[in-house]
Design a protein around this ligand. Sequence first.
Ligand SMILES: [Zn+2]
Length: 121
Amino acid sequence: MLKRQETQSKDARTDLVFTFEQDKEIILVELIKTVLKLPDYKQILRYYLSLRDKHSYPWKISGYLIGYPNPKELVYDKRSFKWLKLLYLEKDIPIQIRICEKCRKAYSNFLYECKFCFKRR
Ligand SMILES: [Zn+2]
């Protein structure tokens, strides 16, 4: 059973929690529409730690922190490597997409060829 919770706050932050009861798995998603900063990391870490208190083994909790890369600020600390994955907008998750003329799949507008069928534009 998949439960989806969404809260939207005034700082344009969307937090998603996916709970897979059967697989005993929880996936946190923190989507930031700007560059990632330390408070964003601390936010998802807080969620993670509070869930960790309520769901012990065999529950598996992982998280995705999504936003634009911030070269100046390190958002990771050592505790995060096992459960947290950073995904960057445009690099990992295309925002501006283009539909391939040949295979009709969507790919990043920054690429010069379709990443699925390699048709050049
Ligand atoms: Zn294609």
